[in-house]
Ligand binder design. Structure first.
Ligand SMILES: [Zn+2]
Length: 357
């Protein structure tokens, strides 16, 4: 139950991916329209995978507070640089601990070794220490004495902006090789992560109001409000997809702008909760054979009003960003002719290389 609260509702992710298709230029739209069902249904794969992969959860958020105060300029935009900055490597021997890298201390030559031997091996959150070569390179010893310990101080606080860029590169490569299942899978999934990046509560440690006695605010903002109002009252047409000359910078801007909204998201919910009649904040709704507790529609409306339509604005921005990400990947791949791929739609149950993402 708790885990199900920590990501943008399935409903919203599907809707955002769906509407992004209509921001695409003529040379792309028919390919995506033909695969509309796939693009919508697989919008939620990354959330489903959280239970199966220990590396998945970190891709959906970033705790900016861990890195000082806005604008967080000291955070490296490149993952390799960031993981280099935020890790400790030490060698534990019988009586000693030798640091090769820790805050304020770096052994000469270690950065070069990191870049050359370790960075290229960086997979999705999984770190494998090439310990034999490290012993030789760092200690000059043929014989292993002690144990290298790598302490990661980055992944535990979320890697969303870096993961977005990784996905953008993969999507571009999929267009280059015209790998249809992969284009579709990566398009659907980058749509998901772009959606998460527009949710302010995905950019803070206080992601569910647990630090300020506002538990439940996550689902209220990203699930209940869109479900209640998106299709009935929002104007979600956003205009055409844009070409991004520098996607990494855009991804960082999106996340930082979301972070700027966190204070209002929390403050306004508290103000509405303190002033709205207490017995009209939670409603009990019959669902299936049981009854579930949900924020009441009028209460949600009051919160939405207090935020001056922030959820709607963020959804609009998301839709254009998803379309722009797909469009940019396609342009960067040399604008391949997608009509060649439009043989028949991918079937719902088709197995894709999902585990590789
Ligand atoms: Zn997510």
């Amino acid at each position: 139950m708790f885990i199900s609260l920590i990501f943008w509702g399935f409903y919203a992710h599907r809707l955002l991916n769906n509407l992004a298709i209509y921001s695409l230029p003529a040379s792309m739209i028919s390919f995506y329209q033909m695969e509309e069902t796939y693009i919508m249904e697989h919008a939620v794969d990354p959330d489903k995978r959280r239970y199966a992969s220990p590396f998945e959860a970190a891709r959906h958020y970033i705790d900016f507070e861990k890195y000082g105060i806005a604008p967080y300029d000291s955070l490296p935009q490149k993952y390799t640089d960031a993981i280099f900055k935020y890790h400790t490597l030490y060698l534990v021997q019988n009586t000693d601990t030798v640091y090769y890298k820790k805050e304020g201390l770096e052994m000469p030559g270690y950065y070069q070794i990191f870049k050359k031997y370790m960075a290229p091996k960086l997979p999705d959150g999984e770190w494998e220490m090439p310990s034999d070569s490290l012993f030789q390179l760092l200690t000059g010893d043929q014989e292993k004495m002690g144990e290298f310990v790598f302490e990661d101080q980055l992944n535990g606080h979320g890697i969303l902006p870096w993961h977005l860029m990784r996905m953008q590169k993969r999507l571009t490569e999929a267009f280059i090789t015209m790998d249809k299942p992969r284009i579709l899978q990566l398009s659907a999934e980058i749509g998901h992560y772009i959606g998460d990046a527009h949710v302010p509560l995905h950019t803070t440690q206080n992601y569910n109001g647990q630090l300020t006695d506002q538990i439940g605010i996550h689902a209220l903002w990203e699930s209940h409000i869109p479900e209640y109002f998106a299709e009935s009252t929002y104007q979600l047409w956003t205009g055409k997809a844009l070409y991004w000359p520098d996607p990494a910078t855009i991804f960082w801007e999106i996340c930082k702008e979301s972070q700027q909204l966190v204070a209002d998201v929390l403050l306004l919910e508290k103000q509405v909760r303190d002033t709205f009649p207490t017995d009209k904040q939670w409603c009990y709704v019959i669902q299936g054979k049981g009854t579930i507790k949900k924020p009441c529609i009028d209460f949600s409306k009051a919160y939405q009003h207090a935020m001056d339509g922030m959820v709607e604005k963020q959804m609009k921005k998301t839709i254009q960003a998803i379309g722009s990400s797909w469009y940019t990947a396609w342009v960067d791949a040399g604008q391949p002719n997608l009509n060649k791929l439009n043989v028949k739609p991918i079937k719902k149950g088709l197995k894709t290389k999902q585990n590789k993402v």
